[in-house]
Design a protein around this ligand. Structure first.
Ligand code: ADP
Ligand code: MG
Length: 698
């Protein structure tokens, strides 16, 4: 049995393989493209393609695909084989530089939000050499961007790469001001912690709601949930351990740095975190991780649920996006330094993040908005829908001292002067206690905790990179034109703290009183649902910022807003339709059958002895009969509400009708069904219960 070291990355055309299989010239030229974004000429592309193909074929690959991330949120691939006929009746295996660089999938059925007229169905995919090609099954997968023929982005990778470039450009301007002339690029890095649930395939198959919508739409509360806190970090069950072992192996082969795994708060809930890496690669890897999790689970007779809220009344699943920015020389710009100068630079980057998050609260909220995540944000388990920053008491006190010019009260009672004093060391332990903050500083990085478990992390990082890049742009403009750099810097940092300290909150984000304070006193935004926030993507300030940096065009933003709302509507409509169907064809007949049997039993008993009261039977039948009537009424009301959606003028109106009527009717229908579940004999109930699902994996 080979060790991890031997097989790690064995399915990746990584730097080791490139070095070994490419000529020195070709390697150097490809490296320049990867590191500095220089254009690749066709002869180099041909040589790379050839080496890639030989390597892939030697690993058993027969096909290649341009692997891309359309706006559906999942990845897409269309496979072509390497074969080309040879004159002797056989085949040779071929792969050209052209095929590597550009593909033309028939893209008509991917969402484009009106960007691509239906008669122009073609889109094209373009190789992203900054993310390594890899082999999945028998297919060489080439990470690519996906655009319409006139160059509009139809995917998540393109704007992500643009946002990284914007951040690079502006951060370098700042570094130059601080006298750094050697850093060649600045990149953001991300370590996403991924939560998920495991249920048995056998039970999953019996639940249409799980199969069609990824979450349970019915289910009475089980006698035991997560109240004992006995699952969190608990011993991993053998079946789950076997799953995790194979998952790790598969991910390691693909070069994914899977690092930690543990049980989460809810029964059947787990987490996997990789070691952080460049945002672009972290995003590709997270997409791969989600895909491999689902595949490996099936091999173990399990289903991996990535939905944000698979079970009502039980913690949902999120994804913590740990984000930092660093230079190609390895300097983390969010890490307090050793010298006064480094500290002044750190404070500038810190202030840039604070201002960016305050100015673009709406974009951050929008970047995590989906129908699924609406069930988490604002409930008592995930960060609230209000965006705020946790800095920790120590750092907050330092900023206070800088703002007011008063002494900073640490043990030495030093007065903080920017650019003169070294910041007092604050310990990581002090900075990571608050788990209720949507955006927490954790020593040398920020942890954005609002993402849903099924979200692509691209969206959040596009907004984060862009907002910070734009703030750095404003800072750089101001400092570059200042006559006295140091006093301008001091002034700017002070002003930024004063203007944006309202976004800093170190208290309990789950507390009702915070929401009141945030919205009423501090004027922070509280967008509870997707229809509330999504239209603000097109607010002037957001459009100006994102187009100004070249991250999106106006047309791309309009299309994305439309697609996200469309997605919200479709998701809830599928759920509602599934509910009506389950209520009418499974739940109601089960209740009826049970009631009828009980009634027959009572009649039989009375026939034996007419003095028997049979009050148990009478009570149950009466209650169930009333519930059955209510279920029938609510199911019809829900059906009608769905029909009424056809009257909506546009997608925005439709999303609001869904938020205000469809979702509440779904809640009412569920309530009646869940109550009936508690009164109906288990053997009659048509699908596995919460207790079965949550405690079914041994
Ligand atoms: P936890 O949040 O559970 O306390 P850690 O903070 O150690 O765990 O790490 C969580 C994630 O943050 C991991 O994926 C880790 O690789 C990532 N991470 C650690 N340092 C950085 C950094 N400087 N930039 C981005 N991500 C980081
Ligand atoms: Mg964490």
């Amino acid at each position: 049995m080979s060790t991890v070291k031997d097989y790690f990355g064995c399915m990746v055309f990584d730097d080791r393989i490139m070095k070994a299989t490419l000529s020195a010239d070709v390697y150097a030229s490809l490296k320049r493209t990867i590191d500095e974004g220089t254009e690749l000429d066709l002869s180099v592309a041909n040589a790379v393609a050839d080496a890639m193909k030989d390597w892939a074929v030697s690993k058993g690959a027969t096909h290649f695909t341009h692997w891309f991330q359309p706006l559906t949120g999942i990845t897409a691939e269309k496979h072509d084989s390497f074969i080309t006929p040879s004159p002797d009746g056989g085949v040779i295996m071929e792969f050209s530089g052209k095929e590597l660089i550009k593909g033309e999938p028939d893209a008509s059925s991917f969402p484009s939000g009106g960007l691509r007229a239906t008669f122009e169905a073609r889109g094209y995919t373009a190789w992203d050499p900054t993310s390594y090609a890899f082999i999945k099954g028998k297919t060489l997968c080439i990470p690519t961007a996906f655009c319409s023929y006139d160059g509009h982005a139809l995917d998540k990778k393109t704007p992500l790469l643009r946002s990284m470039e914007a951040l690079n450009k502006q951060a370098l301007r700042i570094l130059r001001l601080f006298g750094n002339s050697t850093a060649r690029c600045v990149r953001s890095s991300v370590g996403p912690e991924q939560e998920y649930f495991l249920v048995t395939k056998e039970m999953y198959d019996k639940r249409p709601d799980l199969r069609f919508s990824g979450r349970t739409l019915f289910g009475a509360k089980p006698p035991k949930g997560q109240e004992m806190d006995d699952h969190y970090f608990g011993v991993i069950k053998p079946k789950v351990a076997a799953f995790m072992e194979e998952l790790n192996e598969e991910l390691w082969k693909l070069g994914v740095l899977a690092k930690t795994e543990h049980n989460e708060v809810a029964p059947a809930q787990h987490e996997l975190a990789p070691i952080y890496t460049t945002t672009n690669i972290a995003t590709d890897h997270n997409q791969l991780t989600m895909e491999i999790m689902q595949k490996v689970a099936l091999k173990h007779g399990l289903v991996c649920l990535l939905h944000e809220k698979p079970f009502a009344g039980v913690n949902g699943s999120g994804k913590h996006n740990n984000w930092s920015i660093s230079t190609n020389e390895g300097q983390n710009l969010l890490s307090p330094g050793e010298t006064p100068y480094e500290n002044a630079q750190f404070l500038l980057f810190l202030c840039a993040v604070i201002k960016a998050v305050d100015d673009y609260q709406d974009l951050l909220r929008i970047s995590v908005a989906t129908a699924g995540n609406d069930h988490r944000l604002g409930a008592n388990e995930a960060p609230p829908a209000v965006v705020s920053i946790f800095l920790g008491d120590e750092l907050t006190a330092i900023l206070d001292a800088i703002e007011t010019g008063k002494p900073y009260n640490n043990t030495e009672k030093t007065q903080m002067k920017l650019g003169v004093d070294v910041l007092p060391k604050f310990h990581r332990d002090n900075t990571d206690r608050n788990r209720t903050s949507p955006f927490a500083f954790t020593g040398n990085k920020f942890e954005f905790r609002m993402l849903g478990s099924s979200n692509s992390i691209a969206c959040a990082n596009i907004m984060l990179n862009s907002a910070v890049a734009d703030t750095l742009r404003i800072f750089a403009d101001r400092l570059e034109s200042a006559s006295d750099f140091e006093s301008a810097l001091n002034q700017m940092i002070k002003e930024t703290i004063t203007a944006h300290k309202r976004i800093i909150f170190n208290g309990n984000g789950y507390d009702e009183s915070w929401i009141k304070e945030a919205t009423e006193k501090r004027g922070l935004l509280n967008f509870r649902t997707t229809p509330d926030c999504m239209p603000h993507l097109l607010d002037k300030k957001n459009v100006d910022m994102l187009t100004g940096l070249g991250v999106f065009t106006v047309a791309e933003l309009k299309s994305r807003c439309e697609i996200m709302l469309e997605n919200y509507c479709k998701t809830v409509i599928i759920e509602a339709t599934t509910m009506v169907d389950m209520a009418k064809t499974q739940i109601a007949p089960a209740i009826e059958a049970f009631s009828a049997d009980i009634a027959r039993a009572a009649a039989a008993k009375k026939a034996l002895d007419s003095s028997l009261a049979c009050s148990y039977e009478a009570g149950v039948v009466k209650k169930l009969s009333a519930l059955l009537d209510r279920i029938a009424v609510k199911a019809d009301e829900l059906s009608n509400a769905l029909l009424a959606l056809d009257d909506a003028e546009d997608i925005e109106e439709k999303s609001i009708m869904i938020r205000d009527t469809v979702l509440s009717l779904m809640g009412e229908l569920r309530l009646a069904c869940d109550e009936a579940e508690t009164l109906t004999a288990k053997s009659y109930w048509p699908f596995p219960t919460y207790a079965d699902l949550l405690f079914g994996v041994k």
